[in-house]
Design a protein around this ligand. Structure first.
Ligand code: XIL
Length: 383
């Protein structure tokens, strides 16, 4: 009797302790911080391009931003053929391996950029005269890289920038040596090696009507051959006033109507004057730094900061409207100081196209995108 009373008391005490603990644990569970990756988690991946310093986590503040704010990464340069396949018979996977390991550490969606591209092209491609030899070497290029990262890279830009502005095929060394088939073959080779990776066609100026039609033709031709294309990447090197939201929307709708995913793969918004109204991202174009081309050398005026925040808000409102079609939105870098737009299309300018400033502080554009999604969530019907 005495014993069972003790047992009863002990059980009751234990129950109290356990219930207190669960209660405490509940209270202690921290709410997820309002970072980009958390706030947009249920809409689409939020990615960034990263350079060697970011891959190696040289700067601890930057490393924290990358890990906390983004759930997808793209290598800004180190997976381009020049870097990853410098000689015909030797691949250099060292940095790319670190890039993939970083993505795995932060549980990120890892995007491979890019298998076939005429720019930053390894010089050995140009030295092969014979067409069959060229095709075999290109096949090996694609297959070796995809094999190396099989099951670890989630999606690939299989072909980058194959189109001219009028929608015809660009006269690259690939077209020259292999004819139009290089496009379908590249997708076929990648799919043979890693059928689970999502395979994308990626290009700039994808909102322009002629180029858009060309991209649709290009992808449809591959699909018609029974070869898979999983998505279309719109680079998204945009400006404060162009392209229009209507053109961006029409493009998302048109691409999605092919039954493929749409990704915004290299988003940045230049705030600087645009020489000759240049659109797009043809990296071989470079203009002289004339007077008036670099107006915000010291600081971005508040009025432009607000304009940029509003532009990002409008762009992201559209992305949220079509979140069922959009798989990923990746910024072309984290901070203004790192952006390639300080050197393109005019060298030596001070541009402000991204979400974090040169001191790595979030800008008004960052706040506007976070606030937009929070408002969006409140307006959704409660399930
Ligand atoms: C850019 C990089 O950001 C620069 O560092 C490099 O000097 C040139 O290439 N379209 C693409 C990207 O697909 O790979 C380019 O990246 C920007 C345009």
């Amino acid at each position: 009797m005495k014993l069972s009373k003790h047992i009863l008391l002990a059980v009751a005490a234990l129950a109290i302790i356990v219930s207190c603990k669960t209660k405490d644990e509940k209270i202690e569970t921290p709410a997820k911080p309002n970072t980009l990756r958390n706030v947009y988690e249920d809409a689409f991946y939020i990615g960034t391009a990263i350079n060697t310093f970011q891959i190696e986590e040289t700067d601890s503040v930057m490393a924290k931003i990358v890990g906390n704010e983004f759930n997808s990464i793209t290598a800004e340069n180190i997976m381009k053929s020049m870097m990853i396949h410098p000689e015909r018979d030797s691949f250099n996977y060292e940095l790319a391996d670190k890039f993939v390991a970083l993505g795995e550490k932060y549980d990120m969606f890892i995007h491979g950029h890019t298998l076939i591209w005429h720019s930053q092209l390894s010089p050995w491609f140009q030295t092969i005269e014979d067409s069959l030899e060229f095709a075999n070497a290109t096949e090996r290029h694609v297959k070796d890289i995809v094999t190396h990262y099989k099951g670890r890279i989630n999606s690939w830009d299989v072909v980058n920038e194959a189109l001219n502005e009028d929608g015809t095929l660009r006269k690259s060394v690939f077209l020259d040596k292999m004819g139009e088939d290089y496009l379908a073959n590249a997708f076929k080779w990648a799919a043979e090696i890693d059928p689970k990776a999502d395979l994308y066609y990626n290009d700039y100026n994808m909102t322009n009507a002629d180029k858009r039609k060309g991209a649709i033709r290009l992808v449809q031709n591959i699909l018609d051959k029974g070869i898979k294309v999983d998505g279309i990447g719109m680079q998204g090197h945009w400006h404060l006033d162009s392209p229009s939201i209507e053109d961006i929307e029409q493009s998302i709708l048109d691409y999605a109507s092919l039954g493929v995913k749409v990704a915004i793969t290299e988003l940045d918004v230049s705030v600087l004057p645009n020489p000759w109204d240049l659109q797009g991202a043809e990296i071989s174009q470079n203009f002289e730094n004339k007077e008036g081309m670099n107006p915000y050398k010291e600081k971005l005026p508040d009025s432009i900061q607000v304009k940029l925040a509003n532009r990002y808000k409008d762009i992201f409102s559209l992305f949220l409207k079509h979140k069922d079609k959009i798989s990923r939105v990746t910024f072309w870098g984290v901070s203004d100081g790192q952006s390639w737009l300080n050197g393109f299309p005019v060298r030596g300018r001070t541009n402000y196209p991204l979400l974090f400033d040169r001191e790595l502080k979030p800008k008004a554009a960052y706040d506007s995108i976070i606030a937009l999604k929070q408002r969006f969530d409140k307006q959704q019907p409660v399930k």
